[in-house]
Write a protein that binds this ligand. Structure first.
Ligand code: PFF
Length: 450
């Protein structure tokens, strides 16, 4: 087993731990998925459920994953294996899920890069109606080479950061990109709020509509919370393995959850007033960002500027998330397969570039390659988000709640007894009983068994 604690990188400060982890959590899930899901599931009512899920369920699980990572200072597979060999499957589930998520996440990230270039060059402003934007999007994603080119560019950008290592690559990029992301988001939100007719958008997003809340809404909220926080997949285990001894795991997890939620809410504030002010019906996920928004930007004064900074925001959000997914696989290959870090980085880059290209082509020329009726792109999405992530979260709760030595857990959470944690019993109760039951329910619901 590859255990190199003495040569292992450590993040420079507590703030870096927050920024790096928030970089993973804040992603496309916050900016395009959250506003739409919230809008569709009762607006303000969903928001309340979502915040409850994040704080009561997501936060404890993040702390649990952090504890495993920092206690072992190993990659996801090594971490579980060193604690109990029989649980290494949990690490493998994470590494494999990270690899498969990269397969489709790189493709969507590539689209954001293409739209950024299109905004800067003015190409995006040339369409005249929503129908033309829809056609442009369809033509682009079905094209055999352009999306593959942008996917590959995105893979290489991620590679470049990972190749520089934990300190000079991951930490530095997060310190630079996260503040930029936040500033862009605030500028866009203020701009959106000043648009005429935008109030209707805010009402749509925030007004609690309890008629849309059904028992399965809580499951939708939890699924969104886990995806958005990047938990259940070994990312938090891997990142926490780089935390210093002085890092307060609870504070870090709380800060990251708050930042992630704030970004999700601000994204709704950016998107809905704009959509309503243009008199457009809020449409679903990808089409909202890639079809509806460009056509809204087109009619704004300084349209090129707004559209460019919006797609820059998406590129940054996507990049800090692809970096974390790449690192999970790279750290595994480096430590478990004994490849040097350079070779491990290239192996991950090469394999994900091939998978990403195939996933991209599966929307066009390879659309006839299907697994259970889904093309490759959709099957990667389905398999990871609906099966591997909830399963990872479920078994992580069981592992940390029942198997992990309590003294180890307490030591990590209290930094060797120097911090107080009065509700340790309640925390353990959540991990042992509450979370597994709810996660099992999500899982069965996702499989359509309810
Ligand atoms: N949390 C990121 C987002 O919200 O887009 C992306 C993500 C990373 C999702 C890792 C899932 C995951 F396992």
């Amino acid at each position: 087993m590859g255990n190199h604690p003495h040569t292992r990188a450590t993040l420079g400060s507590k703030l870096s731990a927050v920024l790096v982890t928030a970089g993973s959590s804040v992603g496309l899930g916050n900016i395009w998925r959250f506003p739409y899901v919230a809008g569709d599931n009762g607006g303000g009512a969903f928001l309340v459920l979502y915040i409850l899920c994040v704080l009561l369920l997501g936060l404890p699980l993040m702390i649990a994953e952090f504890s495993v990572g920092r206690a072992t200072r190993l990659n996801a597979v090594g971490a579980f294996r060193s604690l109990d060999r029989r649980w290494s499957f949990l690490g493998y589930n994470g590494v494999l899920a990270a690899f498969l998520i990269l397969g489709f996440y790189f493709v969507v990230s590539g689209w954001t890069a293409e739209y950024l270039v299109g905004s800067l060059s003015g190409a995006l402003a040339r369409c005249t109606s929503s129908a033309e934007y829809a056609e442009m999007f369809e033509t682009f994603i079905h094209n055999p080479w352009r999306p593959v080119l942008y996917t590959t560019l995105f893979v290489l950008a991620t590679h470049f950061v990972i190749a520089k290592g934990v300190r000079n690559g991951i930490e530095r990029s997060a310190k630079l990109l996260m503040p930029v992301l936040f500033v862009i988001l605030v500028v866009l939100a203020v701009h959106s709020l000043t648009m005429p007719g935008g109030g209707a958008g805010l009402r749509f997003f925030f007004r609690p509509d309890f008629s849309k809340v059904t028992p399965s809404t809580i499951l939708v909220a939890l699924g969104q919370a886990f995806f958005s926080l990047s938990i259940g997949i070994g990312i938090m285990v891997t990142y926490a393995s780089y935390f210093g001894r002085e890092t307060n795991l609870r504070h870090t997890a709380l800060n990251v959850t708050l930042i992630d939620t704030l970004v999700a809410i601000l994204s709704g504030v950016v998107i809905f007033p704009a959509v309503f002010s243009a008199g457009i019906e809020p449409a679903s996920g990808p089409s909202l960002v890639f079809i509806t928004l460009p056509s809204i930007f087109r009619d704004m004064p300084l349209s090129m500027v707004w559209s460019s900074i919006f797609f820059l925001l998406l590129v940054i959000a996507a990049l800090t998330s692809t970096i974390s997914l790449h690192e999970v696989v790279t750290a595994y290959l480096h430590e478990e397969w004994h490849l040097n870090r350079r070779a491990a980085t290239w192996a991950t880059t090469g394999a994900t570039a091939v998978l990403g290209a195939l996933a991209s082509l599966s929307l066009g020329v390879l659309r006839d390659w299907t697994v259970c009726g889904l093309n490759l792109f959709d099957s990667l999405d389905f398999l990871t988000a609906n099966i591997m992530l909830p399963a990872g979260g479920f078994f992580t709760c069981l592992f940390v709640g029942w198997r992990l030595d309590r003294a180890v857990l307490r030591r990590e959470i209290t930094n060797d007894g120097t911090l107080r944690f009065r509700i340790f019993g309640a925390f353990l109760f959540l991990l042992r009983y509450v979370l597994p039951v709810i996660l099992l329910a999500i899982f069965l619901d996702n499989l359509g068994l309810f």
